[in-house]
Design a protein around this ligand. Sequence first.
Ligand SMILES: NC(=O)c1ccc[n+]([C@@H]2O[C@H](COP(=O)([O-])OP(=O)(O)OC[C@H]3O[C@@H](n4cnc5c(N)ncnc54)[C@H](O)[C@@H]3O)[C@@H](O)[C@H]2O)c1
Ligand SMILES: [Zn+2]
Length: 384
Amino acid sequence: MEKVTVKLNQTSHTYNIKIGNNLLKASGDWARMCLSQKTKKIAVVSNRKVFGLYGEAVKKSFEKSGFESHVFLMKDGEKYKNFHTLEEAVKFFTEKKLTRTDTVVALGGGVVGDLAGFASAVFLRGISFLQIPTTLLAMIDSSVGGKTGVNTKFGKNLMGAFHQPNGVLIDVETLQTLPRRELTAGFCEAIKQGAIADKKLFNQTAEFLENYSPNRFKNYFKDEKFLSELGKLIAAQVAFKAKIVMQDEKENTERVDSKSRKILNFGHTLAHALEKVTDYKRFKHGEAVGYGILFAAELSKRLDILDENELNLLENVVGRAGALPENCDINSREVLEAFAFDKKSINDSLQWILLESIGKPLIYKNKNIPQTFLETTLKEFLRK
Ligand SMILES: NC(=O)c1ccc[n+]([C@@H]2O[C@H](COP(=O)([O-])OP(=O)(O)OC[C@H]3O[C@@H](n4cnc5c(N)ncnc54)[C@H](O)[C@@H]3O)[C@@H](O)[C@H]2O)c1
Ligand SMILES: [Zn+2]
């Protein structure tokens, strides 16, 4: 089993992230270790699909460890990460008479994690919270860092809170049932993290994908070596994200250095625009990030910041993550307009996260990139 400790200076909160296989059946003992002895009740937040696969094992283990557990199942899908579901969850906690010493557990992907986390942040002004992420994206990204929230009709993730969990339990075996596209999406985020972290994490991710294709993922789970390599990769990814979060817990808007939490947005300017212009229907978020990092790298190369070989390497590794949905019919004008919209959310001036080399991100002001150059690069990129 691998362990990553997250120590937050700003709030002096510390918790552990445990990574391994076959961990769900002992999740009750793990929860006991993470929580105060006063905790009696646990509200498990999940959805029908995930709970149907893994819920009983978790619930049984919680009960064996002396918790009274209650299950709130939300509907499956990004569109249910909303205010209405939040209200339903709070209603459920109230009906089950959860108190300030009780706990919410998220069992599922990033949607469940964000909603359950936000519900635990606001219920009784904040109660403790545990995460059991079951998608690759949630394991390496959304369950680490304390960002929680819901979408509103005014925009995605527009309401939320920083609310750090008391523990995260990652059972890599749950990835056995994850659909191929969700794996590809998660691996694109993993490649993103590798590209901004260092050559070691990038190469580890690239080699893993060379040996184990997301197209045949299910077949590998009987192989001990695979399970061990998967655990190690996820632990290394988590450690990187935790390192960034620890020294910039609340994403300081002033910071523009290469260690600021902002660098995690590498690939996200184009990704958000692609998601928006296709009405959030065509791409999984991570798939859009796959295109996003390639575009940021292409821009970097054309600005003479990044070497062509590194761009080619990045293209090759993104290719190993699995096929991405078509993008050649997307109108570049609409994408450029969506960039302008993104601008408002970051202090009125769009910043690109570019790459000087693998492991060396660079925050670059949009105003230093000529508009026509950006347009041409985008048009050619979408035509490729
Ligand atoms: N808080 C953060 O820092 C942060 C960071 C990145 C993304 N996010 C959020 O995360 C969300 C995306 O999360 P996601 O990619 O995990 O998507 P998701 O939660 O929608 O899960 C994807 C699909 O996989 C299913 N699923 C989950 N685990 C499974 C398993 N083990 N086997 C089979 N099916 C399984 C889900 O039911 C769902 O249908 C978005 O809302 C995004 O905004 C948050
Ligand atoms: Zn992302």
